[in-house]
Design a protein around this ligand. Structure first.
Ligand code: GUN
Length: 295
């Protein structure tokens, strides 16, 4: 059997970013408003630093006003909440993103709920999560990774997933749950599987669309995949790669790519699949927020 088609997230993301860039320029010409995004990082998590730097770089590429707040690991929850309040009140800022995970002494939920829902371009606030589950997406912000994954699924399967079984592996608030809502909205029959699912391979074998978002390197095996399935690999895991030399590492997804690509119909690579889409959708959400604020 032929290997799966590779879903090129970089090229889809590039076209989203190009559209955002042009629309941002138009907004500026028509209203003088420049979309503004503030990214907040607390502590020294190396992966978070890389993600935050990419978000800032992409925002500048889109012509946005972009600020980064880098806070020490020892920052108190009260100080972080005060910064969020300041950004809520800043008319130049349309999108606020507090990079997760936060240090253990800070309550993630309290910080996220302090963000003005109309500036919550991550889509993590309960107001936005509620709007997504009730289908009120016109005024919501949809979380970036599931939104980007949905665009990639549309490329392969179209917008209407009626009659298709979708299995989401992982039940996080950031990816698994909003992904399930988006697949339901597209009429798929959706199963959310997780670490307590009794026979995970059997659940996965039922999937016409398989979304892996568990954070476990190469967990999904080739014999878990239904022939012809569309696989969206959300995982970004850094693992040791001694074959590249001592101390070297490489990125892998939650899917054992080589063996799954032999069975699937289409698959996202890691890197170059969902990752670039997440950042592109963050830019799209920030642009939308700027348009809404411009009235
Ligand atoms: N940490 C991992 N992914 C994300 C994301 O999409 N947004 C934020 N704020 N933190 C994250």
């Amino acid at each position: 059997m032929q290997d799966a088609a590779v879903i090129d997230g970089r090229s889809v993301a590039d076209s989203v970013v190009e559209t955002v860039k042009q629309a941002a320029e138009e907004l500026k010409q028509q209203t003088g408003v420049i979309p503004g995004i503030a990214v907040v990082i607390v502590g020294e998590d190396p992966a978070s630093k890389v993600y935050v730097a990419s978000k800032g770089k992409k925002a500048k590429e889109c012509g946005f006003h972009s600020v980064q707040h880098t806070l020490a690991d020892s920052t108190s929850e009260a100080d972080l909440l005060a910064l969020v309040e300041e950004l809520n009140d800043d008319p130049q800022i349309h999108g606020i993103l507090v990079q997760l995970p936060l240090p253990g002494h800070i309550d993630d939920g309290r910080v996220i709920q302090a963000i003005n829902p109309q500036k919550d371009v991550d889509g993590f606030h309960v107001i936005n999560a509620g709007k997504l589950t009730t289908g009120e997406v016109e005024t919501a912000f949809v979380p970036c990774t599931p939104a980007g994954s949905t665009l990639l699924i549309e490329r392969v399967r179209g917008k209407d997933l009626s009659g298709l079984n979708a299995v989401v592996v992982g039940r996080s608030n950031i990816v698994g749950k909003p992904m399930a809502s988006l697949l339901l909205a597209a009429n798929a029959t959706v199963t959310v599987a997780h670490s307590r699912t009794p026979d995970l391979p059997a659940a996965c074998r039922n999937a016409d669309i398989l979304v892996a978002a568990v954070g476990r390197p190469e967990m999904i095996k080739g014999d878990w995949v239904k022939p012809g399935a569309t696989i969206i690999d959300v995982g970004i895991n850094r693992i040791a790669a001694p074959e590249r030399g001592e101390g070297k590492t490489r990125l892998v997804g939650d899917v054992a790519y080589g063996e799954c690509a032999k069975v699937a119909g289409a698959i996202t690579p890691v890197p170059g699949g969902v990752g670039p889409m997440t950042i592109a959708m963050l830019m799209a959400n920030t642009l939308v927020s700027a348009y809404r604020h411009a009235g």
